[in-house]
Design a protein around this ligand. Structure first.
Ligand code: PLP
Length: 415
């Protein structure tokens, strides 16, 4: 047994899943090649408990936007640590970060902080229901583990077992779930119950689907016409798609929006905000938690936003993603493989075959070979500011070798 296996077995004895986050549960089909426990990270590299370094494309599931231990962020946190972590009253660092966010994000008139993406989404949903006096919600995308989200969409084996999942069935009638880009279902739900809808909460871009400008625009029109609020869940798109968020990318202004993952480059902080008249409802709606003003994460967010404002972070993510995409496309073409890159450059995905089983198997082989060569592959590949052209080229070298194995093991994938 390796050290990783031993530690993970012990962790599983003490903690259900052996970890806290669904996506960090080890995939048994990659046993022996995928790292199980990470000890440390720097830039775009992570080191597992065996001492092996990996070139990382998971970016801690999205929060790492500038690179692990970015010096500006680390220095801001150290400075704040000298002053203290949490106080008995508000701290000026809350004001600093609020001011930076309002300056960076168009349409953001007021903001409040929470800790997780789930918290911020819960807050917006509660606020929208209070503001409109309505109960029905339309959701689109993954939004966390709130009761209002863990209902209303039937079974998703593994992730959303409906029967006996602890969420009252009563709530099912209060939520309609839409798939990203499904204009027909959107028109139908508004035609049927438009005037009962408190809010549409949606991911403005789902990295696994084509960009749907019409869908996002139509959602704005329909919510406006029916007096519902539009909430963008920018937990994953925030500061990855565009500096000013999805509003800047799509040219569509939501009433409220949430940010979380990339906001503080890995420190636990989320934010929600938008229209002043909606946010002022927070004087009546009690949404409060002890650690929301925790200053180390706020200091980290202040520094992260400063780097985002002063340096071409987003441009860099797009450039590195394009380099990866183009290199993969060329390598797949040279080998005559049915494979393509999908999604926007800051978070690309690699797909094989034609949505068939052979495609899934090929991607499995591809990932297995990448892990073996020390590339921590992910769906999607989340770029961060620390990835340099040499890192992308190192990855492409490994990808070419992995594609040779795919071609050898899976002749069915030849064009
Ligand atoms: C779009 C989106 N919304 C909400 C969440 C939940 O955020 P958190 O895990 O910080 O609670 C996630 C997490 O993956 C997400 O991707």
């Amino acid at each position: 047994m390796t050290k990783s296996e031993r530690l993970f077995e012990e962790a599983s004895r003490l903690m259900p899943w052996g970890t806290q986050t669904n996506a960090k549960r080890p995939d048994a089909s990659f046993a022996g090649v995928m790292p199980l426990l990470i000890e440390r990270a720097l830039g775009c590299r992570i080191q597992d408990v065996e001492g092996r370094w990996y070139l990382d494309y998971r970016s801690a599931l999205g929060p790492i936007i500038l690179g692990y231990q970015h010096p500006t962020v680390a220095a801001a946190v150290r400075r704040q640590m000298e002053k203290g972590v949490l106080f008995s009253m508000a701290s000026p660092v809350e004001l600093d970060v609020a001011a930076s966010l309002v300056e960076l994000v168009p349409g953001l008139e007021q903001v409040r902080f929470m800790k997780t993406g789930n918290d911020a989404n819960n807050a917006c949903v509660r606020l929208a229901r209070a503001f409109t006096g309505r109960d029905h919600l339309v959701t689109c995308g993954y939004h966390g583990h709130g009761d209002w989200f863990s209902c209303g969409h039937g079974e998703v084996p593994g992730l959303f077992p409906r029967a006996g999942n602890g969420v009252p069935r009563l709530l099912d009638s209060l939520v309609t779930r839409l798939s990203y880009g499904d204009l027909t279902a959107t028109e139908q739900v508004f035609a049927r119950r438009g005037d009962e809808i408190a809010a549409v909460i949606m991911v403005p871009y789902d990295w696994g689907e084509p960009v749907a400008h019409d869908f996002v625009r139509r959602m704005r029109e329909l919510t406006q016409r029916h007096g519902a609020l539009l909430i963008f869940d920018e937990v994953l798109t925030g500061f990855r798609l565009a500096r000013g968020g999805a509003e800047e990318f799509f040219g569509v202004r939501p009433d409220l929006r949430t940010f979380a993952k990339a906001l503080a480059n890995g420190y636990p902080l989320s934010a929600y905000g938008g229209r002043r008249d909606v946010m002022e409802k927070l004087y009546d709606v009690i949404l409060t938690t002890t650690h929301a003003g925790e200053t180390l994460s706020l200091a980290a967010a202040g520094a992260t936003l400063q780097v985002l404002r002063d340096e071409p972070v987003i441009e860099h993510l797009w450039q590195m993603g394009e380099r990866l995409r183009d290199g993969f496309d060329a390598a797949a073409r040279e080998r005559g493989l049915k494979a393509r890159v999908f999604g926007l450059p800051p978070a690309v995905q690699f797909r094989f075959g034609e949505g068939d089983e052979a495609g899934d198997e090929a991607r499995h082989v591809f990932f297995r070979e990448l892990y073996r060569q020390g590339i921590f592959a992910a769906v999607p590949f989340l770029l961060n500011y620390a990835h340099q052209p040499a890192d992308i080229d190192e990855t492409l070298e490994a990808m070419r070798a992995a594609l040779d194995v795919v071609a050898g093991e899976m002749p069915a994938l030849a064009r």
